[in-house]
Design a protein around this ligand. Structure first.
Ligand SMILES: C[S@@+](CC[C@H](N)C(=O)[O-])C[C@H]1O[C@@H](n2cnc3c(N)ncnc32)[C@H](O)[C@@H]1O
Length: 293
C-alpha cells in the first residue's frame, strides 16, 4: 500500500510542468519558446536558460501553450509579448501599429547626424506608428522638440503611452493625415517611414506582415502613393537648406530620388542599410530658388 502511494506521488510529480518540459512541448524554435515562456513567467531569458528543472504552475503552462499555438499560426512574437526594442528603447507595440524594424534605425542615424546636439531644433516624423523614430530622435536629442504625426488615433495614443512610460518629454504626437494637422512651423528636419508596399505584393501574404495593419504597409499600385504625397508637400514645411529623409522599399531608391529632385530638393542621395540595400533617400531644401526671367 505504501509503495503504491509513493509511486502515484512520484508519477504526479513527474507530470508537473517544468521549464524544460514546457519549452519542449511548445513546438517552436528554442529562442522563440524561451522568449514566450520568459514573458509568461515574468523572468528574463537567462533565467529560463539556467532553470530548466524549475516547476511552473499549470496556469503558466496553459498560458504558454496558448501563446505557442498563436506563434505556430504565424502571429508575430512582438504582438504576443507586447514589446519590441528599437534604438535601445523598449517600446510597447500592439496590432494597431507596425512592428519597428531594425533597418529603420538607419533613418534615425542619418537624421541624428543632421541635428546638432546642443541646439534647439524642431523635428517632424510622419507616420509615427509606435513612436519608434520620433522617440529615438527625441531621446538622443533632448534639446529638440519632436512632433510625431499619424493617421491612426490608436497608434497616436500608443505613441503617447510609450513617451510617458519612457519619460521622454520632448516628443508630442498628433493625429494627422500627413501634414494636414501638424503645427505649421518650418521644421529643421522632416523624416518619414511611410507605407511603401504595392497593392497585391506577394510579401503581404508572408510572415509577420500578414498581421500588421494594412494602412502601415500598403501605398497604392506602385507602393509610392504615400511617398509622392509627402515629398510634394515637405519643402513648404522645411527650413531652407535643411534635410528631408524617407525610408522606402528595396527597389524604390531611383524612383524616390527622382521624386525628390522633381520637388526641388538638392544634394539628393540614397543610403544603404546593413544588408547593403538602398533603404533611405534624403535631400536638402534648396537655399534660394533661382528664377529665370
Ligand atoms: C511603415 S509604418 C511606420 C511606423 C513607424 N514610423 C516605424 O518606423 O515603426 C507607416 C505609418 O504611417 C502611418 N500612415 C499611413 N497613412 C498615413 C497618413 N495618410 N497620414 C499619416 N500617417 C499615415 C501608418 O498608420 C503607420 O503608422
Amino acid at each position: 500500500m505504501r509503495i503504491r502511494m509513493a509511486r502515484s506521488k512520484a508519477s504526479r510529480m513527474s507530470s508537473l510542468p517544468t521549464v524544460s518540459r514546457a519549452l519542449a512541448a511548445g513546438g517552436l524554435v528554442p529562442l522563440e519558446a524561451r522568449i514566450l515562456l520568459a514573458h509568461v513567467l515574468g523572468r528574463d531569458r537567462s533565467w529560463i536558460a539556467a532553470h530548466g528543472d524549475a516547476d511552473i504552475t499549470r496556469e503558466q503552462a496553459t498560458m504558454f501553450d496558448a501563446l505557442a499555438r498563436r506563434r505556430r499560426n504565424g502571429e508575430p512574437i512582438a504582438y504576443l509579448v507586447g514589446h519590441r526594442e528599437f534604438f535601445g528603447l523598449d517600446l510597447e507595440v500592439t496590432p494597431d501599429v507596425l512592428i519597428p524594424r531594425p533597418e529603420t534605425e538607419l533613418l534615425v542615424e542619418l537624421t541624428l547626424a543632421r541635428i546638432a546636439k546642443d541646439t534647439p531644433a524642431c523635428v517632424l516624423d510622419l507616420g509615427c506608428g509606435s513612436g519608434a523614430v520620433a522617440l529615438a530622435l527625441a531621446r538622443e536629442r533632448p534639446r529638440a522638440s519632436v512632433v510625431g504625426a499619424g493617421v491612426s488615433p490608436a497608434a497616436v495614443a500608443l505613441c503617447r503611452r510609450n513617451a510617458a512610460r519612457l519619460g521622454i518629454a520632448n516628443a508630442a504626437f498628433a493625429v494627422s493625415d500627413w501634414f494636414s494637422s501638424v503645427p505649421t512651423e518650418p521644421y529643421d528636419a522632416i523624416v518619414a517611414n511611410p507605407p511603401y508596399i504595392a497593392v497585391g505584393d506577394p510579401h503581404l501574404s508572408e510572415g509577420d506582415v500578414r498581421f500588421e495593419p494594412c494602412a502601415a504597409l500598403v501605398a497604392g499600385a506602385d507602393g509610392l502613393d504615400a511617398i509622392r504625397a509627402i515629398v510634394a508637400a515637405a519643402p513648404a514645411y522645411l527650413v531652407r537648406g535643411h534635410w528631408f529623409a524617407v525610408e522606402h522599399g528595396y527597389d524604390q531608391a531611383e524612383r524616390v530620388r527622382a521624386l525628390l529632385l522633381g520637388a526641388g530638393f538638392v544634394d539628393v542621395q540614397s543610403a544603404r542599410d546593413l544588408a547593403g540595400i538602398f533603404r533611405v533617400t534624403r535631400g536638402r531644401r534648396e537655399l534660394i530658388r533661382e528664377t529665370l526671367c
